[in-house]
Design a protein around this ligand. Structure first.
Ligand SMILES: [Zn+2]
Length: 106
């Protein structure tokens, strides 16, 4: 009796995870400068192209402008983690920043 209930619970959880993976909008990612070792990590719950637009005003844009006298027209983003929600994004971003210590996340 208990075992059957448990199996059903697991099935429900799996179903929820698969469903939310379809909407891959909450992600943590890293942007690297092509000209030096500078990197920057952040999360977004927007679509990726919207977020790239936002980078024109971000720390990596400021870095390109100040350090290399460049405009941030082709930033290279690397996906680090797909999350199931904003809270998981916040936690993952915090842990990744603590582990990898990207130079522009001060
Ligand atoms: Zn640089």
């Amino acid at each position: 009796m208990f075992r059957r209930l448990h199996a059903r619970l697991i099935r429900n959880v799996k179903c929820k995870v698969q469903h939310s993976l379809v909407n891959q909008q909450c992600i943590v990612y890293e942007i690297k400068c092509k000209l030096c070792d500078a990197n920057y990590m952040c999360y977004t719950c927007l679509r990726l192209h919207q977020r790239i637009d936002e980078h024109k005003h971000s720390a990596i844009a400021k870095h390109l402008r100040d350090e290399h006298n460049l405009r941030p027209h082709d930033l290279h983003e690397q996906l680090l983690k797909i999350c199931r929600g904003k809270l998981e994004c916040l936690i993952s971003e915090m842990l990744l920043i603590r582990n990898k210590m990207p130079t522009l996340n001060t």
